[in-house]
Design a protein. Structure first.
Length: 174
């Protein structure tokens, strides 16, 4: 299994699916294709996990829904502000290209581990902390809008901000 350090994610209209290109520490690249059906299964648990993560700078979580939603907006904005642009990971014709059939998600207090599988075989994985996951979810939501797929999956705190990350990639440091 390829251990990925960085991802570039974009919607490809010709394929009507997301292409996630990852790169490992050894500069090995892989192109992973994610369908809407698969994303509708994996995004809710990722959104739920990130909602439970309160950055230290915001102290204790508020006790009401309105306060909690505001805290999530601030955490999301902080993740955007911390984003450091890097060159997009681009696939080459000789790089492996896989249609992902499932994603194993492991959650801990420190982050989430995503293992991308094809026909039950793990092909690539990445570990993202809460800030990195927020950045990736922001990218996915913006690309989802480009796809014009139904948006009710996205929580209101993610918002439709005019300020975006810019590049469509996320760096993992784990």
């Amino acid at each position: 299994m390829l251990k990925l350090l960085r991802l570039t994610s974009e919607y490809v209209s010709l394929e009507d699916r997301f292409q996630v290109v990852g790169i490992s520490e050894q500069e090995t690249r892989i192109s992973l294709w994610l369908t809407q059906s698969l994303l509708l299964k994996i995004l809710p648990p990722l959104l739920k996990w990130v909602e439970k993560q309160t950055p230290a700078q915001f102290n204790a979580p508020p006790s009401n829904k309105q306060g909690n939603d505001m805290l999530l907006v601030f955490a999301h904005q902080a993740a955007r502000a911390e984003f450091k642009g890097s060159p997009a990971v681009r696939s080459a014709p000789e790089d492996p290209s896989e249609l992902v059939s499932s994603v194993d998600i492991s959650r801990s207090d420190q982050g989430v581990r995503l293992v991308f599988k094809t026909a039950g075989s793990a092909v690539a994985g990445i570990v993202l902390d809460a800030g990195q996951l927020r950045q990736w979810l922001d990218i996915m939501q913006r690309q989802w809008q480009i796809a014009r797929w139904p948006t009710k999956i996205w929580p209101p705190w993610l918002g439709n901000s005019e300020k975006s990350i810019g590049a469509e990639n996320v760096n993992a440091t784990h």
